[in-house]
Each structure stands twice: as C-alpha cells, then as structure tokens.
Design a protein around this ligand. Structure first.
Ligand code: DGL
Length: 267
C-alpha cells in the first residue's frame, strides 16, 4: 500500500503528523523534514518553491506517495498552486493560518496571528484576511528566529522569543480591546504552545489547524478512492517512516521529545 507523504521545512509538521495519525490510523506515512534547507519562512518565495518541488519529486520517486500533505504554512502559501499544477492527479492538502475559526471563536474581536514573515507577507494570507477578518482586529506577529530555535532545541532561545512575541501579540484578556484568541500560523509553534501559554492568561484560546487538516486529508483520500482500510494495514496501525535532508537523528529526537513518536527512520 502506498504511503501518504507529509513534509515541512523541519520538525514543525510533526504537529500535523500527530493529528493525521490519530485521524487515519491505518495509513502508512512518510514524513520528510527539509532540515538542511530550513528555515523557509524568512527566505522568499523562489527558494521555498524550489525546495517544495524538490521534496515532492523525492516523495513521489522514492516512495510513490498516493497523497501529499504540505505540513507547512509557508510552503503552502508560496507553492501549493504550483505543486497542484505539476501533479494534477495527486491529492494535495495544504495548511493556512486558522483565521476563520479564530475570528468565529473570538468574543472580543481581537485576534493575533503568530506566523513566519513569509506567510504573513504572502498574497494568500492577504486573501485569507480579506475573506475572514470581517470587522475583527487581526494583528500579524512575524516570529523571526523562533523556528530556528525550535529546530536547534534551544530552550533558552525558545523561552526568550516566546516571551517577546507573546508581548507583541497581547494585551490578552476578555475585556474590550484585549486579544482573546491567538492563531498558531506555523506548524512549529504548536510544539512550543506550553512555552507561549506561560505569557498569557489560562483563558487565552490558541487555534491550530492540525485536526481539520487531518479531516480534510481523510475526505480527499476517500473521494480519490485511496483510503486505506484496516485489512490493508500491517498490524493495528499504519507504519511511519521519518526522513530528513539533514540529520535524521534530530528529527527522531524531535518526534520523541514533542510527540512521543517512534518510527523507522532512514537518512
Ligand atoms: N513550519 C513552517 C510553517 O508552518 C515553516 C517554518 C520555516 O521554515 O520557517 O510555516
């Protein structure tokens, strides 16, 4: 049975992979972290497009993936339309900051969006904002350096940047003019949600899109007739292969540290 390919610039897409495996326990997954070329978010579209195309070629050539999840907001905004044009028969699911659910959930009408500079500067984000912000005050907070700190397991760096960007995202609360909802618009950020939450009241709502993306992947696989069923999977759960353009040990450590995942891995 062919696997579903999932990729990100690095370890961030593991937050989406966890939701995918929970939603689709019988599927085989191959996760590719483009660590040698990360981060994507501060580098511009041409770079992200070139890397996204290279990773997808690899996943098709080496693994014959039957569907693709672009588990990276930055790569989705820069490249998903091109990937779909390159591979019209491949079901492709992308990620975008959860503005729509955030605006719907907010009672104060003040929402902050933490994301990479690339995502927040993209035309796709501008369209998203124009479609869903309505009368809400939606504040962009580009989090330069945070992906790099997460990739490097730099606890002190993560703590300092979390404090800085949450200060920019606030003031938080349920009163007039206060932000009550924060969008985690980069797949790395759910991995450090506890660190971010230290700088906000317990009532602050965080929105990430792992679960809806997993549900959308199920829908797409079903409509393409490519959904695995229990009898096709080997054992109770589908397999997981972790791959990286950098050091696969880093990816394995991240999977174990943040998600308690273990998997067969190849360099
Ligand atoms: N995890 C990625 C995202 O969702 C991008 C991180 C990066 O490479 O800057 O945007």
């Amino acid at each position: 049975m062919s696997p579903v390919g999932v990729f990100d610039s690095g370890v961030g897409g593991l937050s989406v992979l966890a939701a995918l495996r929970a939603e689709l326990p019988h599927e085989h997954f191959v996760y590719f972290a483009d660590t040698a070329y990360a981060p994507y978010g501060e580098r511009g579209d041409a770079y992200v497009i070139e890397r996204s195309r290279a990773v997808v070629e690899h996943l098709l050539r080496e693994h014959g993936v039957k569907a693709l999840v672009v588990a990276c907001n930055t790569a989705t905004t820069a490249a998903i339309h091109l990937l779909r044009a390159d591979h019209p028969d491949l079901p492709i699911v992308g990620l975008e900051p959860g503005l729509k659910p955030a605006v719907a959930a907010s009672r104060t009408g003040h929402v902050s969006v933490l994301a990479t500079r690339g995502t927040l500067a993209s035309a796709k984000y501008a369209t998203l904002r124009a479609s869903f912000a309505g009368s809400a005050d939606v504040r962009p907070v580009p989090c330069d350096g945070l992906v790099k700190a997460i990739e490097g397991f730099d606890s002190a760096g993560i703590a300092a940047l979390a404090e800085r960007y949450m200060a920019e995202a606030g003031p938080f609360g349920d009163g007039p003019g206060e932000v009550d909802t924060v969008v985690l618009g980069c797949t790395h950020y759910p991995l450090v949600k506890d660190e971010l939450a230290k700088h906000a009241p317990a009532t602050l709502r965080f929105i990430d899109t792992g679960v809806p993306v997993a549900q959308q992947t199920r829908r797409l696989l079903a409509s393409a007739g490519r959904l695995a069923d229990a009898t096709e999977a080997t054992g109770a759960v589908g397999s997981l292969l972790l791959q990286s353009s950098g050091d696969v040990a880093v990816l394995e450590a991240a999977a174990a540290r943040w998600l308690g995942l273990s998997a067969a891995a190849t360099a």
